[in-house]
Design a protein around this ligand. Structure first.
Ligand code: CTP
Ligand code: MG
Length: 242
């Protein structure tokens, strides 16, 4: 069957040929990490978290847009390869994502990937991109949950009561990169008030189906000092998956 413009298969064909843009929000302050500099600029064995994150996407043939605090745009440009675009972020993660989106050019496939996940293997990016090219509008990586999960009711500040045990087989811990067609990401962010921390959540809210592909434990997020310690030990061990 020949694809006609506007048909589902024509949209899919567009995606097959479409340019990919990876937006890397790195404009947060890292309050929970508690270092004296913004999280993306913290050192991980000789390279900043931001440089290590960008390293992971350099082989993807994608336009890369990094979003950093306004006063660190010059510093980021010096640290990163010249073809990586650097723009200033906003007060919330989602305003930073929108600043990146404004610099994404005409890419038809856009991945949003937190700088705070600097060791994410390239294979995770490829799975997300492949699923978008296969026809999905929003695709996120997830991993099974190992812990038993229980819903609780907080009784007071230091005591809670279990209300139910959740079936973890149906749960996934969601990582980034989260991938979207351009139209899906633009629509998802259209009425956001600036507080959303999950792009896929914005897409779900307006009825866009979100699909999950396999993530990777190495895509772990650095939030607390403990996470930084774990990731430094992974680097020490040399067991980084590329
Ligand atoms: N981010 C951003 N702009 C913001 C806030 C967050 O680009 N205004 C980015 C962060 O740099 C990070 C990602 O969004 O790469 C995920 O955010 P999070 O892990 O919460 O980082 P921070 O906001 O920096 O940390 P904290 O919430 O502890 O302050
Ligand atoms: Mg934050």
């Amino acid at each position: 069957m020949t694809a006609t413009p506007g048909s589902a298969s024509a949209a899919q064909d567009d995606r097959v040929n479409s340019q990919v843009c990876v937006i890397i929000p790195a404009a947060g302050s890292g309050t929970r990490l508690g270092e004296s500099i913004p999280k993306a600029f913290v050192d991980l064995h000789g390279r900043t978290i931001l440089e290590r994150c960008v390293d992971q996407v350099l082989d993807l043939d994608a336009h890369v847009v990094v979003v950093v605090p306004a006063d660190l745009v010059g510093r980021a440009r010096l640290l990163l390869p010249p073809h990586v675009e650097v723009v200033a972020g906003g007060a919330h993660r989602s305003t930073s994502v929108r600043a990146g989106l404004a610099a994404a050019g005409d890419a038809g496939i856009i991945l949003v990937h937190d700088a705070a996940r600097p060791l994410t293997p390239a294979g995770v990016f490829r799975r997300v991109i492949d699923a978008i090219r296969a026809g999905h509008r929003a695709v996120i990586p997830g991993i099974p949950v190992a812990d038993t999960l229980k819903q609780i009711e907080q009784l007071d500040t230091d005591l809670a009561r279990v209300t139910t045990t959740v079936d973890r087989d149906l749960l996934r811990a969601i990582q980034t990169p989260q991938g979207f067609t351009r139209e899906a990401l633009v629509a998802a962010h259209a009425d956001d008030e600036g507080l959303a921390t999950d792009d896929a959540g914005l897409a779900e809210r307006i009825g866009i189906p979100v699909h999950v592909v396999e993530g990777h434990p190495m895509a772990m997020k650095i939030t607390t000092p403990w996470d930084l310690r774990v990731i430094r030990q992974i680097l020490d061990s040399g067991e980084v998956v590329t």
